[in-house]
Design a protein around this ligand. Structure first.
Ligand SMILES: [Zn+2]
Length: 422
């Protein structure tokens, strides 16, 4: 960033009105945010992004009205890339996984900050993604999650370019694929394992509404388990091992698992299916299982119990009929690593500091987001909310209340400037 300048008297008055935290006096972690606010160009950029909120909402709506089902984010990605180019970012590109990237060079290549939001939604192809508006409330599938994040990424990039703020470090702005469901974080996994491997010093995802800061990553493991056997007539072939009975044994065992309350560790058999008719021994049965914890060791031990329960269920069902007929396939369809960026890590302290400096309440959360992956690699990473108030995420009735949403954009901007410092 360019040199700090003296705060002119008139502006200071304005600041005191707008940022009560400054008046209250800054100590400890909140000093960074306050220090940045003393810079006239930073303050004018903050005013700029606030004034640009209508444009931010316009971007949010425009992107949201382009379908982006899992694994089919391409059309939204093309438009996002165009928008990054229009802003004037350098080296705008789409990588082989589908992530869209654009750079804003700082004085040096490092520290290198990545500011990302996810392109994908949970909604299948053919969903009506038109956005309607009643006063401050926008309604449309994906409007908050994560079109708000995408729009804030664009707003931060645009504001930095137009305000001419030159940061010491370099910033890459990203619209990434594969955050939701079976996308299994494929976008960020590609960034950290291939595209930007070894070159990211700090990672911030903008995902969610409000002003929370997520620094604990809830990991999850998801399995699709398929039990198979020869099947046959329910009367004529009686005595053969039954895949649905084996599945039932597995579900019974899983339902009795004991898990720690702290860190919260959970399990659920979410879907089951199989069989062809009531008078047949099925040849196949399947279930989908979700297990989560913010503690990697707890998740691992739950995983071991689960695998044993499934294997035991097959063995017991076969033993019941003195047969060896059943097979089981445990397909891992989701693997989000657990992890955390400690609350006293510089990236979290910076997020807390800028949030306080802007007079907002600090909430530290845990969640399952794109930041899980870098956290599991030990790379400083957090997810921040993009402002406003969201409801019914992942439902067709999703809404985004844009009242004071500019606060989220301001906080993202100030954090970006803070994290592009050495
Ligand atoms: Zn999301």
């Amino acid at each position: 960033m360019h040199r700090m300048s003296i705060v002119p008297g008139a502006l200071m008055v304005l600041l005191l009105v707008q940022w009560p935290a400054l008046v209250a006096g800054q100590t400890g972690a909140s000093a960074l945010g306050a220090r940045l606010l003393q810079d006239a160009s930073v303050r004018s950029a903050l005013e700029g992004i606030r004034a640009a909120e209508p444009k931010t909402l316009e971007d949010q709506i425009r992107l949201c009205e382009i379908e982006a089902p899992p694994f089919k984010e391409i059309r939204r990605g093309v438009v996002f890339a165009e928008m990054l180019r229009e802003i004037g970012l350098a080296n705008v590109r789409t990588d082989t996984e589908g992530n869209v990237l654009g750079e804003l060079a700082g004085a040096e290549p490092r520290p290198h900050l990545v500011l990302a939001a996810h392109l994908d939604t949970v909604f299948p192809e053919g969903t009506d993604v038109r956005v309607t508006r009643e006063g401050p409330v926008l309604r449309g599938p994906g409007i908050g999650d994560d079109c708000r994040g995408l729009a804030v990424v664009l707003a931060v990039a645009r504001t930095l370019v137009t305000s001419g703020i030159k940061t010491p470090g370099t910033i890459t702005f990203v619209g990434n694929v594969g955050e939701e469901g079976l996308g299994d974080l494929r976008g960020v996994k590609y960034l950290f394992n291939e595209g930007l491997k070894g070159r990211v010093d700090r990672f911030v995802s903008i995902d969610g509404t409000g002003l929370g800061i997520t620094h604990v990553a809830v990991g999850s493991l998801r399995y699709r388990v398929t039990f198979k056997g020869p099947g046959g007539h329910s009367f004529g072939a009686f005595g053969r091992s039954n895949p649905i009975h084996a599945l039932g044994r597995a579900v019974a065992a899983i339902s009795n698992f004991e898990v720690p309350r702290e860190p919260k560790t959970t399990f659920s058999v979410g879907r089951i299916g199989g069989g062809t008719s009531v008078n047949s021994i099925p040849f196949e049965a399947w279930m989908e299982v979700d297990m989560r914890s913010s503690d990697a060791a707890a998740l691992q031990s739950l995983d071991a119990k689960f695998n044993k329960a499934v294997d035991d269920a097959v063995r017991d069902e076969d033993a019941r009929w003195n047969q060896r007929m059943l097979t089981v396939d445990k397909a891992l369809v989701g693997n989000r690593p657990a992890g955390q960026t400690p609350a006293d890590a510089p990236i979290v302290r910076a997020a807390v500091a800028v949030t306080r400096a802007l007079g907002a309440t600090v909430t530290l959360d845990e969640g399952s987001t794109d930041a899980n992956y870098p956290m599991s690699l030990g790379i400083p990473a957090i997810t921040i909310d993009g402002g406003g108030r969201g409801r019914d995420a992942h439902a067709l009735t999703e809404t985004f209340d844009s009242t004071d949403a500019w606060r989220g954009a301001q906080r993202a901007l100030l954090l970006t400037i803070a994290l592009a410092q050495p």
